[in-house]
Design a protein around this ligand. Structure first.
Ligand code: GLA
Length: 390
């Protein structure tokens, strides 16, 4: 059953009446600019046609009841329990509840007291797959609370609150890309965001292209720890490079020439991490003109370079992602293929000539399965609208 129908039906069963509203917030795929958002870089994501749906109504008491239809679990919490992540009966909040509770917490940090709600949610964004299922949960609940409270935060403001929830409540030192894409997505368009100024523009996805998402089915483990280590390595690089480049505040401010001149001052691991970021920011700066001029071949090469860099320098790939990217890059019609999102498992994103997309998808499936012995999930995705009330 589609998650929208599932949440509507489950809400009726659980609460004995239909929900007042249904909120939807999509996952995202990122084409270029990986692990650069928390370095003030540029990213090129699109919201995808897979989303989290929340059926909800206000609640008369100050207790919120949340049902996770995909887990068959529910929680109850009230504002005083939020900071210590417990339910009203004192038991710890399950992990999935940290995302909605984190949004409630983030609203409170800017002086907004979110009203209690009764909600059922479900998602068809696969979890742990690099498609931002957690950001989609945050944005769906952000929209839900905004609707009940009558606030008018902009999509970007909601995205920043979601990032704050993720960093300070969930504990992942992420950038704003995922929440931004989920909140600001537009049909058939890519989004190009400057993560420093938060200025952004859209870039039409050429009708000659398809975005194919290929799920290795490997689920990432221990991500927050490894992710935060990458974040810390980038901070360490900035501190060390500042000795020679006192005006820099992020790796965004370092050119690859400067970096090459100073690289030997950095410990090996920090140097590899920072080199990826500096070079990836240079790649992503080229994205818009290449897409606008129809130079998909060069754009695809940058995607392939990005994968190699994530594999060898940033070390966030895994053998299955490498196979998926390598097989894809050898197939006709494929401009570029690389892992998307944080890495450590999950999906690749492939830019493919539209008329070859179907053949590409089935050849990729066969090639991956022959090499890894795993049956992948591959689909041609559509760039979709950002979060809102259905
Ligand atoms: C995760 C984070 C994002 C971004 C990507 C890597 O998805 O949530 O902020 O850093 O990893 O580009």
């Amino acid at each position: 059953m589609h998650p929208k129908e599932l949440v509507r039906k489950t809400f009726q069963e659980k609460f004995g009446l239909p929900p007042a509203f249904i909120a939807r917030a999509p996952g995202r795929v990122n084409l270029l600019g990986e692990h650069v958002d928390y370095n003030d870089g540029f990213v090129l994501p699109a919201a995808i046609d897979r989303a989290t749906y929340v059926a909800f109504s206000g609640s008369e008491s100050d207790v919120s009841t949340l049902v996770a239809a995909d887990f068959g679990e529910s929680v109850q919490f009230a504002p005083p329990n939020i900071a210590d992540k417990t339910q009203i009966d004192g038991t710890p909040m399950p992990e999935w509840a940290n995302y909605p509770a984190g949004m409630l917490w983030a609203f409170s940090q800017v002086g907004l007291q979110a009203p209690a709600l009764r909600a059922v949610f479900s998602s068809n964004v696969p979890r742990g797959s690099g498609l931002s299922s957690s950001a989609s949960v945050e944005m769906a609940f952000g929209v839900a609370w905004q609707q009940l409270a009558g606030w008018n935060q902009t999509p970007m403001e909601l995205a920043l609150l979601g990032q704050r929830a993720e960093v300070n409540y969930v504990g992942v030192n992420c950038g704003v890309m995922d929440q931004f894409a989920s909140a600001c997505g537009q049909p058939d368009r890519l989004l190009y965001l400057d993560c420093r100024t938060l200025q952004w523009q859209t870039v039409p996805l050429s009708p000659d292209l398809s975005i194919v998402v290929a799920d290795t089915t490997i689920r990432r483990k221990l991500t927050s720890g490894e992710y935060n280590k990458r974040h810390d390595a980038c901070q360490a690089a900035v501190r060390l490079l500042k000795e020679d480049l006192p005006t820099i505040t992020a790796l965004r401010d370092v050119s690859s020439q400067e970096f090459n001149r100073l690289a030997n001052k950095l410990p090996t691991e920090v140097e590899k991490r920072a080199r990826h970021v500096v070079e990836e920011i240079e790649r992503s700066r080229q994205a818009v003109p290449l897409l606008e001029s129809g130079n998909f071949v060069r754009f695809g090469q940058l995607m392939n370079e990005c994968h190699a860099s994530l594999r060898d320098l940033y070390e966030v790939s895994c053998p299955e992602l490498d196979v998926m990217a390598r097989v894809a890059q050898s197939l006709p019609g494929c401009y570029g293929a690389r892992l998307t999102g944080a890495g450590f498992g999950g999906c690749t994103v492939n830019l493919v000539a539209r008329e070859q997309a179907e053949t590409f998808a089935s050849a990729l499936s066969t090639g991956y399965e022959a090499d890894c012995g795993l049956h992948p999930e591959i689909y041609i995705c559509r760039a979709s609208a950002g979060a809102g009330i259905e």
